[in-house]
Each structure stands twice: as C-alpha cells, then as structure tokens.
Design a protein around this ligand. Structure first.
Ligand code: SF4
Ligand code: SF4
Length: 196
C-alpha cells in the first residue's frame, strides 16, 4: 500500500471512531470544553506517524507542508503540535487549525475507556472533563457496567496496526510524528512526480 492508500484507510477508521464518539456524547452528555487545548499542549502526548498521513497529505495539497515542516523542525518545537493555534488571531479562536485531519490520539484523548485491575470499564476522561463534568463521567461509568460505550483505545490501535503493523505501533512525540508523516509524503512525491 502506498501512503495515499494507507491514508484512505486511516480516514475510514477515523469515521467509525467518530460514529462511536457521537453515540457516547449523545447518551452521556460528555463533551469537549470550548477553547480547551490541554490535550494539545501536554508534553506526554505521543502518536504514530501513520495516524497523521491524512493530515500530511492535506498539508501537501494545500501548500502548507513545507511551512509546517519548518516549524516542527525547530528543536524546541519537536514535542509540541505544529498545527495548534495558541493565540487568537483575526477572530479565529485558539485550537486545532486542522481539526478534520487531526490524529487518532487527538480523537481518543477524552473519549476512551480502560479496564481497571478489577475488570471494571472506566471512562479515561481527560482532567478538564473530569473536573467540569463529574455527573456525565459518573453516568458514563454506570453505562459501562452494562455495555461498552466510547472507544477502546487498544481496539483502535489494533485496527491502526492492521493498516500497517510496524507504522501503527511506533510512538513519537506528536510534533515528531507529524514531521515524519510530512517527510513521507514529500518523499513519495519526490519519486512519483519525477517518474512522470
Ligand atoms: S479532550 Fe479534554 S483536554 Fe482535550 S480539548 Fe477536549 S476537553 Fe480539553
Ligand atoms: S492535531 Fe489538532 S487536535 Fe491534535 S494535538 Fe494538534 S492541534 Fe491538537
């Protein structure tokens, strides 16, 4: 599979993931907090380059790939996300500038559940949601006693690995993962365009 074919499969995976998030939000009321960028700025966030192929291709098609690559190549930026707007500009709010093409970790962050040592499923909500929406979190955990709701992070990472086993499990700081994805797209075009 070339990078475009893999990207297509990643986007299909994202669609099924988004469908599950929609059900979770509808049944529990859990939702992201406006203007929150906690998950985009935490230094612990790690991702695979594979989940950013759709973003890298979109940046390439919109002429932004080189610009984003330059930002993320600065040593001080390698651990932060290069497509995050951190200050309001031209009436645009802070947040993700490439929301449609954000990675899998960005989608999983607040909406996945895990299983504790007693075998109980618990929503792994982010700290801002735990703080602001305790009733919704409790409601979700009640529902989880009888059926899965939300996302199984392990399940989605397994599906990512089914697209490419190696590329689906190599985790890097998010800036590094995006950089690698962009470089893959540029390399792909370097060879395919020169063959024309
Ligand atoms: S997932 Fe949580 S941390 Fe991330 S933007 Fe939403 S509320 Fe904020
Ligand atoms: S891709 Fe978007 S949602 Fe994901 S970390 Fe970057 S700014 Fe945040």
């Amino acid at each position: 599979m070339n990078i475009y074919e893999k990207s297509e499969k990643v986007m299909q995976l994202f669609q099924s993931l988004e469908d599950e998030i929609t059900v979770l939000k509808k049944e529990t009321g859990i939702h992201c907090i406006a203007d929150c960028v906690y998950c985009c700025t935490t230094s612990k966030i790690a991702a695979t380059p594979l989940e950013f192929y759709p973003l890298a291709i979109h940046l390439y098609k919109t002429g932004l790939a080189e610009e984003v690559l330059k930002i993320v190549s600065e040593p001080e930026n390698s651990k932060t996300c290069p497509v995050l707007r951190t200050v309001s500009q031209d009436e645009k709010r802070i947040g993700c500038t490439q929301y449609e093409y954000r990675g899998m970790i960005c989608r999983l962050f607040a909406f996945n559940y895990n299983i504790n040592k007693y075998g109980e499923k618990k929503i792994a909500a982010c700290p801002p949601i735990k703080l602001a929406q305790p009733e919704e979190v409790s409601k979700t955990n009640e529902i989880l006693k009888s059926k899965p709701i939300g996302l199984s992070a392990n399940g989605y990472y397994s599906q990512l690995q089914s697209i490419d086993f190696v590329e689906g499990q190599q985790l890097y700081p998010i800036g590094e993962a995006i950089k690698m994805a962009i470089e893959k797209v540029l390399t792909h075009h370097y060879y395919t365009d020169s063959e024309k």
